[in-house]
Design a protein. Structure first.
Length: 102
């Protein structure tokens, strides 16, 4: 299981993005810790470009922590809206400004 997870993380990935009106933005982050405490953090992100270079969307954070010494666990989840604007006219590199409500 750990070998498969490491292969997925370390494989090179090429991404192409469009910032045109009507396209979808999909992304996120993940973090795993398998020692005491066990921690799993997932943050999927989904957005929609309402204007060229302006995306509105939300991140749905999910956290799971388990403490072996007290045999207790904690689960949290939420909804974090965001707005992103991409600067630049280059097709390969654009900078972005992001505003999140946390």
């Amino acid at each position: 299981m750990r070998v498969l997870l490491m292969l997925i993380i370390l494989l090179p990935i090429t991404l192409f993005a469009q910032t045109n009106k009507g396209t979808t933005l999909l992304g996120g982050t993940a973090s795993f810790k398998l020692n005491n405490p066990i921690a799993i953090e997932l943050n999927p992100t989904l957005g929609y470009f309402v204007l060229p270079k302006l995306a509105l969307g939300a991140t749905i954070p999910f956290y799971y922590y388990r403490f072996n010494y007290t045999k207790s666990y904690n689960i949290q989840f939420g909804l974090v809206p965001f707005a992103r604007y991409y600067f630049g006219n280059n097709d390969k590199i654009n900078f972005l400004a992001s505003l999140r409500a946390a």
